[in-house]
Design a protein around this ligand. Structure first.
Ligand SMILES: [Mn+2]
Length: 268
């Protein structure tokens, strides 16, 4: 059995309001390794086994290099190993350089994206790399064949224009029905913004948007994927906004189920 790679991407310099997600990889690992945590996924993998999860540490950003180049290079190097890759953000802006590298290894690819926000602004505050814009860049560059966005509850008219322009498939939160699943016939990139969850469960985010799904609903959606999950990210956890480490525990739970499904769907 091949394991998966875990990579921390501690970058939040394109957040539009609050900083903090750069501290998430360390906080999530701390919770993951806490003695109170089970290391097992519901899909039956012991994630503490080195054969299941290879932790590649964090990207070491330095001022001399463009962080987008560093992210793309590190992700490309890890994808070349042929193992699924789970990235811990960081804010959502990082998904763009991650996808530049992932796409090189997957000519067929569907993005399944859970979020309160579409993150598809053409630009925000004059910043095309804004954490509100990664999916505009991804679709402009043709980095996915399909983009499916789920759980949205902040859609405005500009977003609707962008959905039409890029052919985005949207299941707004109000349309999320029990048993939600998608018919996908390509490998999958799974992008989960912690603020996609209801802030009652996950208050540790920069932009709280009530009216979202429970962890169980998101886990059931993850478990419904029947194509190889070749890579993914878990982004926007902001430890500075958390209540105790409530959201860290939710992040670890989602991470375990993402990893467990990568292991299940990518086994040969
Ligand atoms: Mn969001």
């Amino acid at each position: 059995m091949t394991g998966i790679s875990l990579l921390g991407v501690p970058n939040d310099e394109n957040s539009s309001l609050l900083r903090g997600p750069a501290d998430a990889p360390a906080a999530i690992r701390r919770e993951l390794h806490a003695e109170t945590q089970s290391s097992w996924s519901e899909t039956g993998f012991d994630l503490s086994a080195p054969s299941c999860v290879m932790d590649r540490g964090n990207i070491a950003f330095d001022a001399a290099a463009d962080p987008w180049d560093m992210i793309e290079q590190d992700v490309d190097r890890l994808m070349a190993l042929g193992m699924p890759l789970l990235c811990l953000g960081g804010d959502h802006a990082i998904t763009h350089p991650i996808m530049r590298a992932v796409r090189r290894h997957h000519p067929k690819l569907t993005i399944l994206h859970v979020d309160a926000h579409p993150d598809i602004y053409h630009a925000y505050q004059g910043n095309p790399r804004s954490h509100t814009s990664p999916f505009a860049r991804i679709m402009e560059e043709g980095l996915a064949d399909r983009l499916i966005q789920v759980g949205l509850r902040t859609i405005n008219d500009h977003h609707r224009d962008q959905f039409r322009r890029f052919g985005v498939e949207v299941v707004a939160m109000g349309d999320w029905r029990p048993g939600l699943r998608f018919d996908i016939d390509t490998p999958v990139y799974l992008s989960i913004d912690i603020d996609g969850l209801d802030p009652a469960f996950a208050p540790g985010v920069s932009h709280r948007e009530p009216g979202g799904p429970s962890p169980r609903q998101v886990i059931n959606l993850i478990h419904s994927i029947n194509q190889p999950i070749v890579a993914g990210d878990l982004v926007e956890y902001n430890p500075h906004c958390d209540i105790g480490n409530q959201t860290a525990a939710v992040a670890v739970k989602l991470m375990k189920e993402m990893a467990g499904m990568m292991l299940k769907t990518c086994q040969v």
